[in-house]
Design a protein around this ligand. Structure first.
Ligand code: GDP
Ligand code: MG
Length: 718
């Protein structure tokens, strides 16, 4: 038996060109399909056996260029340089040929063996655009393959072309050099001659590519190539002369001149291969953009769309929520009925079913919210929203690109923070990452749903919507302050993308929804289950044996009818009252009760009772845990479902006013979302900012709740 020959293939291309779709089609691996720059930030690896070859495929992050400015570009570039894949498949959105070829020229210059993949071929056929594929292949000196990634069409031909390339090396395809126009070409040629001649430069990369990078002033390449004592003196001199010459003749930044030259080259190719009629579709898209990104109309439309999504989340979610809710209540009653009344049945019924159950009821709401976000992403509207927000973001000292991570933060802070990797400037990344947790994530929704449901009845939807707005306002205020103090504004130029509108496909939407809901379910099975059990134990121990009244005796007396009291209903009510009093005393005596007592001074100025205060502590683990904790805390005495929890919270004896409930929601909105967020912040921007973010959010939360509660009281609202 012979070993299969091994081949490594990398997929490179712009964000949203369909790399992940192609990757999935080739490897069958289940991956996320998204329609937004910044989702593919990790390097993903898959395997495939094909024609006797063992092929390793790597999905590189989507990039428009291969400078070393953004982490994404760095990852992609370093992979190509260091790991030397046998073939690079350059996935191109055929509808944006111009933008895509900008990257292609750089790949060619790096000297990789390239297969050009004209993906989204269905779209350009539909749009009536014609591309002369043979001509393109000739001009680029690379095989060109047409594919429809979302349907997996043509992907096998990609592998076939790649294998032919891998077997024959560059023998059959020879890339003509990228031209930057006559003036620049001279300099590039001269310089690349020097690079070839310089002994220390061999192994750093293709001479011509290195020459262009040196002209651009790419710091990493300079550090790598221009090592003193490496035979680079002549190269250094030629570079300085070339740069001086450029400066004299153009007065522009060399980097800009190089990129203009590259665009010119691409424009030339486009002219040769592309026939583009002005189609209805483009006309419609332009007209839609005229309205949706209108400088005045755009904003109200955006807010109405957002409001609709949140309203649907609440109103439509109510039905399945009720079903699950009664299901959980039924299960608790059933289990309590079967099991003998021991500590274990108490653990299972109150701790596990009660805790997890009080969170699982919100799954429908969360699924609906994710559905909304997936629709926005896949239709292309999200990009319009980012475009629209560009001007607002400038007010924060950021630009529209930062809006994407922040919008994703409404789903979950963790992917939002990771999406900030696409930002080029470290300062923008830090600021964006600090702001993302203020975007109200879906994990906070259960808390809002519970409290708004309990205290605001018909206006609950609006109250919840106000949370999202307040989060945004807090973010704006924070950004303004940070911008004036520790993170001063710097301007980086960039292009705002407007990908074409797309009819979202059911499959992509479903995968999106499922991927995110899965995370939620995982959390429920892990963190929330553990937190519920721990909390239950803290509330169950230590056991109290001496009570202020002999409850058990009293209850037993009532039950045996030893007292001469009147009708049965009265008696049952009295028994329930006594049982509640007893469990209240037990809880107060437990570790939780003591913790509550310790926390009380901090939360009573905010109008919270001690149970609410205690629930905030495990809320650090994950925000949904606030609800399950309240579930556990309040279910010590009686077996109840979430409707019951709402009843208990609303009960006048608890002393929770609507104002206090609102302040509580504010607190939950503003403090650190969860342990996972903290960990990700540390990974992305380090310990210092992690602490900064955590402490700052605590202060913000307490301060915000204090102002709302005390201010509201002064105004006579509570
Ligand atoms: P990536 O960012 O490059 O990884 O792109 P994705 O694979 O996530 O694809 C972005 C979007 O384009 C998804 O909604 C895909 O379903 C869609 N898509 C991918 N390939 C095609 C294609 O050939 N035709 C059409 N119409 N849509 C595609
Ligand atoms: Mg991708």
């Amino acid at each position: 038996m012979t070993d299969a020959k091994k081949i490594k293939i990398a997929l490179a291309g712009n964000p949203n060109s369909g790399k992940t779709s192609i990757f999935n089609a080739l490897t069958g691996a289940h991956q996320k399909v998204a329609n937004f720059p910044g989702v593919t930030v990790e390097k993903r690896i898959g395997h495939r056996r094909f024609n006797g070859y063992d092929i390793t495929l790597v999905d590189l992050p989507g990039t428009y260029s291969l400078t070393a400015y953004s982490p994404d570009e760095k990852v992609a570039r370093e992979f190509i340089l260091e790991e030397k894949p046998d073939v690079v498949i350059n996935v191109i959105d055929s509808g944006s040929l111009e933008r895509s070829l900008y990257l292609t020229t750089q790949l060619i210059e790096m000297g990789v063996d390239l297969v050009v993949d004209l993906n989204m071929w269905d779209e350009i056929c539909e749009a009536g655009i014609e591309i002369d594929v043979d001509k393109l292949s000739l001009l680029l000196g690379a095989p060109v393959v047409k594919t429809i990634g979302s349907r997996g069409q043509g992907v096998e031909s990609l592998l076939e072309s790649a294998l032919v390339l891998a077997q024959n090396g560059q023998k059959i395809h020879h890339h003509p050099p990228v031209s930057y126009g006559p003036a620049l070409d001279d300099l590039v040629n001269q310089l690349s001659g020097c690079v070839s001649a310089c002994s220390g430069c061999s192994g750093c990369g293709q001479p011509r590519w290195l020459a262009v990078k040196l002209l651009e002033g790419d710091q990493e390449i300079k550090n790598k190539v221009l090592v003193p004592g490496n035979g680079v003196r002549e190269l250094h001199e030629t570079l300085d002369k070339s740069l001086a010459h450029l400066k004299k003749t153009t007065r522009d930044d060399p980097e800009i001149i190089v990129s203009e030259g590259r665009y010119g080259y691409v424009a030339g190719i486009i002219r040769e291969v592309l026939k583009r009629p002005l189609t209805d579709r483009m006309r419609i898209s332009t007209q839609a953009d005229n309205i949706l990104t209108h400088r005045l109309l755009g904003y109200p439309i955006f807010f109405i769309i957002m409001w609709l999504i949140f309203e649907a989340t609440f109103v439509l979610g109510q039905y399945p929520m009720d079903w699950i809710d009664s299901g959980v209540g039924w299960l608790q009653a059933a289990v309590a009925g079967i099991l003998p009344a021991t500590i274990w049945s108490n653990l299972i019924v109150d701790g596990i079913i009660g805790g997890v159950g009080s969170v699982i009821v919100f799954l429908p709401n969360i699924v609906i919210l994710f559905l909304g976000i997936a629709l926005l992403e896949d239709s292309g509207y999200m990009a319009r929203a980012a475009f629209l927000m560009d001007r607002l973001m400038h007010f924060l000292g950021l630009h529209g690109k930062s809006f994407i991570p922040m919008l994703m933060g409404f789903g979950c802070s963790v992917p939002g923070i990771m999406a900030a990797r696409t930002l080029e400037s470290p300062r923008d990344r830090i600021l964006t990452i600090l702001l993302v947790p203020l975007m109200s994530c879906s994990a906070r929704l259960p808390v809002y749903l519970l409290f708004a449901g309990a205290f605001f009845g018909a206006t609950a939807g609006t109250v919840i919507f106000s949370m999202y707005l307040i989060g945004i306002i807090a973010a704006i205020a924070m950004a303004r302050i940070l911008q004036k103090t520790i993170l001063p504004t710097e301007t980086t130029p960039f292009v705002m993308e407007l990908p074409p509108y797309r009819m979202p496909t059911g499959k992509s939407i479903l995968i999106h929804m499922w991927d995110r809901s899965k995370l939620y379910l995982h959390k429920m099975g892990g963190v929330i289950l553990i937190a519920s059990v721990v909390l239950w134990a803290l509330g169950y121990f230590p056991r109290k044996t001496e009570f202020s009244i002999a409850y058990d005796t009293r209850i037993a007396q009532l039950q045996s009818g030893a007292t001469e009291s009147g009708d049965a209903a009265d008696m049952a009510g009295e028994i329930a009252r006594l049982e509640n009093l007893k469990s209240a005393e037990e809880l107060e005596y437990s570790y939780i009760g003591r913790l509550g007592e310790a926390i009380d001074p901090f939360v009573s100025p905010l109008g919270f009772n001690w149970q609410m205060g205690v629930a905030l502590v495990p809320g650090f683990i994950a925000k949904e845990v606030v609800v399950s904790s309240l579930g556990v805390l309040y279910q010590m005495g009686e077996t109840e479902d979430i409707g019951g929890l709402i009843e208990v919270l609303r009960h006048p004896e608890e002393g929770i006013t609507p104002l206090a409930a609102y302040a509580y929601m504010i607190f939950v909105l503003l403090y650190t979302p969860c342990i996972a967020t903290v960990v990700v912040i540390r990974k992305e921007i380090g310990w210092k900012w992690m602490w900064f973010s955590t402490v700052m959010q605590l202060i913000l939360a307490w301060g915000g709740a204090f102002i709302i509660y005390q201010g509201g009281k002064l105004l006579g609202w509570g």
